[in-house]
Design a protein around this ligand. Structure first.
Ligand code: ADP
Ligand code: ZN
Ligand code: ZN
Length: 814
C-alpha cells in the first residue's frame, strides 16, 4: 500500500498538497510536524503535515518529501482547527494563516548556494565582478547569494551568477537551512579528578605561583557553595580575571566548560501580592464572574484610570490557580514595558511576552515553551498574532483596549480581526473572554446591549479622582482676535504655564508626525509629490528632507519649485516636529520631548521616551495617537489636543467614533492619581456633536447617535462589509478589470455593491488601486455571499487579461 501526506505550504493557494512517504515515515509522522519538500522547479518549502492517508492524488503525481524536520508536532490539533476557521472566515488560504502563525525561524526556506566548478580553467574569460566571486570560491567551498552580494557590494547579483554559470565556472544548488539558533550559555566546572581534598590541596600548591589562576580556582569554590551551575562570565567577573586565564586553566585540564541552552528573554522571578480592590472594582469583579455563568464573552466598560488592570489581575490569578492558561491581548503599540512590568510585578516568572519587536529567535523560544507547557507560560502577554500560539488549555482571554484598530490586520493576508478570532479561539478551548475598554467599539457595545455579551460597568476612577475638566477652545475666534502664537492659543499657553509652575507634566497631542505635512509653492500652488504614489511628500525638518509615508521614498528638500522654478516653497499645516519647535521658543526653560513613529524606531524606542517621561526628565511630551494607548503617568495634570478637526474630517464611516475614542483616551492620561486634571481641545468647530460628547465624556449619547447613522447608511453592526481591492501597474487594464467585476457582483448582489472607487491615495508603489464594497444586509447569509464571491473571483481569474491583477478580499474590512 502507498502512503501519502497532505501538507500546508506557506503560499497563498487555497488547497493542501499531497506528497508520498514510505510506510515507515507514515508511521512516524504526525499531524502538525514539519517536513521539507520541493515545490515547483527549484523551490524548497517547509510544509506542515495536515493529513496522513493512502489515497493517491488524481490530478498530479505525488513527489517524495525531502526531509522530516521534527520529532514531535510543533502545532497542535486545536490550532489547526482555529487556523481553518480563520482561513474560511477571512477567505484566505491555510498557507497564509500558517505563515502568519509560525515564527519565521520555523519556516526554513531554501537558499541558493554557489559552488565552484573544479574543472574550470579559463580565468581570463571572466569579467571583474565575476572574477571576484570565482576568487572567493578558491578560499571557501561555497557561497550563499547573500555572501555574493556582500562581496560585490551590490544587491542585484543574479545576472553575474548566471553569467558565471554560462561560462561553466560555477554551478548552483538550492539548500535549506535552519534559522533558529539556540542560545548557549557557557558554564564551568572543575575536572572530576580534583574532587578529593588531597588532589585539591595539590592543585592549590601547584598554582601557588600563578596568582591569577589560583584566584580563579578559589573564587570557583566560593561560587560552588550555592550548588548552582556557574557561568564562565560570572566566574571571570567575580574573580576579576580575564577569559584568557580561564582558557589556560582549561588547557591544563583543571577546568572544563560546557554549554546549556537558555531562553533569550528571562525575568527575575520576584512576585508580589495583588492590590486590594476598591469597592467598585470588587463589585465589577463579582459581576464579571456572575455574567460568565451564562455568557462566554463579557464587556467591561471601565472609564480611564478606573483600575481595569487590577480587576484583570484578580481574574488571572483565579484562572491560573485552577491550572489553566491565560492569554492577555494588548494592541501592539501599548506593549510597552509599563504594562509588562506591572504584570510581572504580580506574576513574576509565570508570564511570557510575545510581540513583533522580539527577534525571530526569541519568538521561537516562547512558542516552544508554550508547546511544552512550561510554567513560565501560564500567562501570555501579546499583540494580535499571539492568538496563533500553541495553547493547550486556555481558561481566559483578556482583550484590553478592545476597540483598538490595531487588532485588525489589513496587510498582508490573513486580514483578520484578533478580537473576533480570539472569541472563536476561546470557544474551542471552552474558555471565557473579557473585553475591556473605556471607549468600547460600537460593535461590542451593541452586542452587549443585545445581550449576546455580558456587560459590566466601572464608572469611578481609582481613589475617586474625578475625570478631567474638558475645555473647548475656539481657534477661529482666537485667530480673529489675534490671540494665537503659532499654533497655540493664549488659553492653552496659560494652562501649560500653570501646570509647569506646579511642577506637573503636560502631554500635547498632535495627530500628525513630521514637521509639516505639505510643502506648497506660494507662486504656483504646486506641492512636490511622491514619484511612486499619488500623495504629496511630507517635510521632515530635522533631516531637511521630503518623505513619502506610504513607500518610504525620500529626497532632500528642494530649493525651488519643480513646476515653476521660483524659490517660494513654503511649509503649510503642522506636525509634531513643528509643535516641538514652537514649544521650545515658548517655554525655553523646560524640557520638551517628542513621541511619534520617527522617534520610537528600534526595539527600545518607546521605552526610552516613556522612561524619560516617567523619570520627569521631560516636562512636555508632544506626540501622535501613540500617546493615547493606555499609558499611566501619575504626574500629568494637563492634556492638550492641538487640532481636533483633522480627526473629525476623515472620510470613513467610523471617523466620528474613532475621534471620540482618541480624544477620550488621551484625555484619560490627565489627572490619574492625585487631583482632577485638565484637558484643552483646540478646534475650529466647538459645536460639533462629537466634541460636545467628548467634553462631557458622554459615551452613551455618542453610541446612540452613531448607531442611528449606521442603521441609516447601512453600516456595521447592522450590515457587514466585504471590501475588494484590485491593484495593477497598468491603469487601463485595472479599469477594465474592475468594471467587469463590478458588473458581475452587481448581477449577484444588486444595490448592495458600491463602487468602483479609487481610494484617497489612488496609487502606491506604482500600483493603481480600485475598491469595491459589498454590503451584506442583516438577513443575507454570510456564507452564501462568500461562496458566490468566490465563484465570481474564479471566473475573473480565468480571464487571461485579468490574471495579473491582484485581487484582495477583506472580510469585515473595518
Ligand atoms: P485603567 O486601565 O482602567 O485606565 P489602571 O489599571 O491603569 O486603570 O489604574 C490606574 C491607576 O490606579 C494605576 O496606577 C493603578 O496602579 C492604580 N490603582 C487602580 N486600582 C487600584 C487599587 N485597587 N489599589 C491601588 N492602586 C490602584
Ligand atoms: Zn511613495
Ligand atoms: Zn511653483
Amino acid at each position: 500500500m502507498q502512503h501519502f501526506i497532505d501538507l500546508i505550504l506557506p503560499i497563498p493557494i487555497q488547497k493542501t498538497f499531497t506528497y508520498t512517504v514510505t510506510e515507515q515515515e507514515a508511521n512516524f509522522l504526525k499531524k502538525g510536524m514539519r517536513v521539507a519538500v520541493s515545490f515547483g522547479k527549484t523551490k524548497m518549502y517547509t510544509g506542515l503535515v495536515f493529513k496522513i492517508h493512502t489515497t493517491a492524488p488524481t490530478l498530479y503525481e505525488a513527489k517524495e518529501i525531502h526531509q522530516i524536520l521534527d520529532e514531535t508536532p510543533i502545532v497542535n490539533e486545536l490550532q489547526l482547527q482555529h487556523w481553518q476557521w480563520v482561513a474560511n472566515y477571512y477567505m484566505c488560504s491555510l498557507g497564509d494563516v500558517y505563515r502568519a502563525s509560525l515564527p519565521s525561524a520555523f519556516l526554513l526556506e531554501s537558499e541558493t548556494i554557489v559552488y565552484k566548478n573544479e574543472t574550470f580553467i579559463n580565468e581570463n574569460e571572466l569579467e571583474d565582478d565575476e572574477f571576484l566571486i570565482f576568487e572567493a570560491l578558491q578560499h571557501q567551498s561555497q557561497l550563499t547569494i547573500h555572501q555574493v552580494a556582500d562581496i560585490l557590494g551590490k544587491k542585484k547579483v543574479m545576472p553575474i551568477v548566471n553569467s558565471l554559470i554560462k561560462k561553466s565556472a560555477v554551478y548552483i544548488k538550492e539548500e535549506i537551512y535552519e534559522q533558529y539558533k539556540p542560545k548557549l550559555v557557557k558554564y564551568i566546572r572543575l575536572n572530576a579528578s580534583y574532587n578529593s581534598d588531597s588532589s585539591l590541596n595539590g592543585l592549590l600548591e601547584e598554582l601557588s605561583r600563578a596568582k591569577k589562576q589560583r584566584k580563579a580556582v578559589l573564587t570557583y569554590f566560593q561560587l560552588a557553595t550555592s550548588k548552582k551551575p556557574i557561568k564562565v562570565k560570572t566566574l571571570s567577573e567575580k574573580a576579576g580575571i580575564s577569559s584568557a586565564i580561564i582558557k589556560s586553566l582549561e588547557a591544563k585540564n583543571i577546568f572544563e566548560t560546557y554549554e546549556i541552552q537558555t531562553d533569550r528573554v528571562q525575568f527575575s522571578g520576584q512576585e508580589n501580592d495583588l492590590k486590594v480592590l476598591n469597592p467598585h472594582q470588587e463589585k465589577a469583579l463579582s459581576e464579571i464572574k456572575e455574567t460568565f455563568k451564562s455568557k462566554d464573552v463579557t464587556l467591561l466598560h471601565g472609564i480611564t484610570s478606573s483600575g481595569k488592570t487590577e480587576v484583570y489581575t484578580k481574574l488571572i490569578q483565579e484562572v491560573i490557580d485552577a491550572g489553566k492558561q491565560v492569554l492577555f491581548l494588548l494592541p501592539e503599540i501599548a506593549l510597552t514595558t509599563q504594562i509588562i512590568t506591572r504584570l510581572q510585578y504580580y506574576f513574576g516568572n509565570q508570564i511570557s511576552v510575545f510581540h513583533s519587536k522580539y527577534s525571530i529567535n526569541e519568538r521561537v523560544e516562547v512558542w516552544n515553551n508554550i508547546l511544552t507547557q512550561q510554567p513560565k507560560t501560564k500567562i501570555i502577554l501579546g499583540a494580535r498574532s499571539s492568538i496563533f500560539l500553541p495553547f493547550t488549555n486556555l481558561g481566559l482571554i483578556i482583550i484590553d483596549e478592545e476597540h483598538e484598530t490595531s487588532y485588525k490586520q489589513f496587510e498582508p493576508s490573513p486580514r483578520y480581526n484578533a478580537r473576533d478570532a480570539a472569541i472563536v479561539l476561546a470557544k474551542m478551548h471552552n474558555a471565557k473572554i473579557l473585553l475591556g475598554s473605556a471607549t468600547p467599539s460600537l460593535e461590542s457595545y451593541y452586542n452587549a446591549q443585545e445581550k449576546k455579551y455580558g456587560f459590566v460597568a466601572l464608572n469611578r476612577r481609582h481613589g475617586n479622582v474625578q475625570l478631567p475638566k474638558i475645555e473647548l477652545i475656539n481657534v477661529k475666534e482666537k485667530y480673529r482676535k489675534k490671540e494665537m502664537t503659532g499654533h497655540f492659543s493664549d488659553r492653552l499657553i496659560q494652562l501649560i504655564q500653570d501646570a509647569l509652575n506646579e511642577k506637573e507634566q503636560v502631554i500635547l497631542f498632535q495627530n500628525r508626525r513630521g514637521y509639516s505635512p505639505i510643502v506648497t509653492c506660494n507662486t504656483c500652488g504646486v506641492s512636490p509629490e511622491c514619484p511612486n504614489c499619488d500623495v504629496t511628500l511630507t517635510f521632515h525638518k530635522f533631516k531637511h528632507e521630503l518623505r513619502c509615508h506610504y513607500c518610504n521614498y525620500q529626497r532632500a528638500m528642494p530649493n525651488s519649485c519643480a513646476a515653476c522654478g521660483s524659490n517660494t516653497l513654503d511649509t503649510k499645516g503642522f506636525g509634531t516636529e513643528q509643535i516641538e519647535l514652537e514649544l521650545k521658543t515658548l517655554f525655553p526653560d523646560f524640557k520638551i520631548g517628542r513621541m511619534d513613529l520617527d522617534t520610537t524606531r528600534g526595539k527600545f524606542g518607546y521605552q526610552k521616551i516613556i522612561g524619560a517621561f516617567e523619570a520627569k526628565e521631560i516636562d512636555i511630551l508632544v506626540g501622535t495617537q501613540m500617546l493615547s494607548k493606555g499609558l499611566d503617568f501619575e504626574n500629568v495634570s494637563l492634556v492638550g489636543i492641538l487640532n481636533a478637526d483633522t480627526m473629525l474630517n476623515f472620510p470613513d464611516f467610523r471617523a466620528h467614533e474613532r475621534a471620540y475614542d482618541m480624544m477620550v483616551q488621551v484625555s484619560g492620561r490627565a489627572g490619574r492619581s492625585k487631583k482632577q486634571g485638565n484637558v484643552a481641545i483646540q478646534t475650529y468647530n466647538p459645536f460639533h456633536q462629537i466634541l460636545q460628547q467628548v467634553s462631557t465624556t458622554n459615551y452613551t449619547e455618542m453610541y446612540k447617535e452613531q448607531l442611528q447613522e449606521r442603521w441609516q447608511y447601512k453600516y456595521p453592526p447592522y450590515y457587514r462589509i466585504i471590501k475588494i481591492t484590485l491593484k495593477h501597474r497598468d491603469y487601463i487594464k485595472l479599469d477594465s478589470g474592475v468594471n467587469w467585476l463590478f458588473k458581475a457582483l452587481y448581477n449577484s448582489f444588486g444595490e448592495h455593491v458600491l463602487g468602483p472607487t479609487a481610494p484617497s491615495v489612488a496609487r502606491i508603489r506604482n500600483q493603481y488601486i480600485k475598491n469595491i464594497i459589498i454590503k451584506i444586509p442583516p438577513k443575507q447569509s454570510l456564507l452564501q455571499t462568500k461562496n458566490q464571491l468566490n465563484n465570481i473571483k474564479s471566473t475573473f481569474e480565468a480571464v487571461k487579461d485579468f490574471r495579473p491583477i491582484r485581487f484582495i478580499i477583506d472580510v469585515d474590512a473595518y
